[in-house]
Write a new protein. Sequence first.
Length: 352
Amino acid sequence: MSSDDKDKIYGGFVKSYVFHNIIKSLSNNIAAASYCNMPAAALSYAASPHSDKKKNKNRVGEDDAQKLNIAFIAFYGSRNYGLQSCESDYDFFIVYYPNFHNFFHNKFIRYSVIEANYDFFITPFHEFIHHAMNGNVKFIEPLICGSIYFPDELNLIFENNAAFHEKNIQTIFRSYDCLLSNLLEEIKQFILLNYEKNFNSFIGLANNKRLNIAKDNYTSNTIVYKDIYGYDIKEAINALRIIFLAQNYLSSGKIDFFVKNNDVYIEFEKIYIDIKNKIISKKDILQLIESMIKNIKHQIDKFINDDADNNKKFYSAGSRAINHSDYNRDLRKQGLEDDIKKSVENICKNNL
């Protein structure tokens, strides 16, 4: 995603007072002037702006939210797929660098906030990277889509927002670590090398959504579909989208979340319209999803077992260069994984 596309999709929300206040209330506001190897501010607490919200989950403490050294903001959800509507909310991670207190006591800030027009999760930096490298599609998505805002970008947005200046609202966030941009590029390459685990994760997630539909497991955001459609169409649509994502991934070696970019999504859009028009029943959608999962799993097994050269397609899709005559995916993957782990350790050390 180019910076122009990112600004077009998320810029309105990122420039809003709502978003600014969320980040300001959580950030420890370390000046950007000297960011490399500078220790984070001492542990501090502030009253949570959402402390009276019963919707918050996995809170640390009843009424306090720890001030965070924010690494980046990562958006995921329908806007990355091109499936948003006027009613769509904004979904994002607030990823922070853990401090010495977190590691020493093995206690990390992890909680979610669910509001009418936005949902966000707070998660530590090293855990976000770990989940992405283990094939978790929700964590892979913003990395692949490029729907990430770094503190430097937020500084610039807030500095150039005339409305903020008129109300004398000023916030400076700590600049991101010098190793971070290189690290994220390495992780993108690793993700594509890690395709077997990615396939398992994608299909597992699609199957979990199928089971949620079968068991009538609604969320607060999808209970509205129960009376209108008789089942959770959001879970159904997302299950199908993930299956078609895996299908495109299998055929191209690339992970592309934007549905209109891929030929395999043409069929998805037809089904999507039928679901919205109440043409497909709950029974039909469950049978369809189950059949598609079995089919894609068979294709994946055949792909992995039949042709060792197939893995070069995935490697070349994520790398700037490949030596076809001297290639060992497992060695390359292990080397890259070791480099990433060292970088994560160094970045966390620099931000203690």
